[in-house]
Ligand binder design. Sequence first.
Ligand code: AMP
Length: 113
Amino acid sequence: MAATIFSKIIDRTIPARIEYEDDLCLAFHDVAPQAPTHLLVIPRRPIPSLADLDQTDAPLVGHLILVATQVAARLGLDSGYRLVVNCGRDGGQSVDHLHVHLLGGRPLGWPPG
Ligand code: AMP
């Protein structure tokens, strides 16, 4: 798989506002936020998208979701937030490294605009 901009954030080749990291993942602020709080939670392993997951990845995916909830709590998103994972070009994915969007800090309508 070709290196993406997120690989460069993981290896610190380019800067990011990293809010959390551990052995499996990083959470950092989106450079073009769509809400007052907008972070991305990414695995260190460069999995391209949801479509590339298999059963053995279930613990990792659970970990990404739990980290997102912990970051949301830490950032005070007490009235709610949204997690989004885009998959493929038609699904709105532009960076081919699996990532969970954490959005909050304002009322988020449904369906999303
Ligand atoms: P997606 O469209 O789901 O693939 O989301 C990719 C996200 O990555 C977008 O919200 C971009 O704003 C964000 N993004 C792209 N480059 C960077 C970067 N260098 N640092 C932080 N976020 C980025």
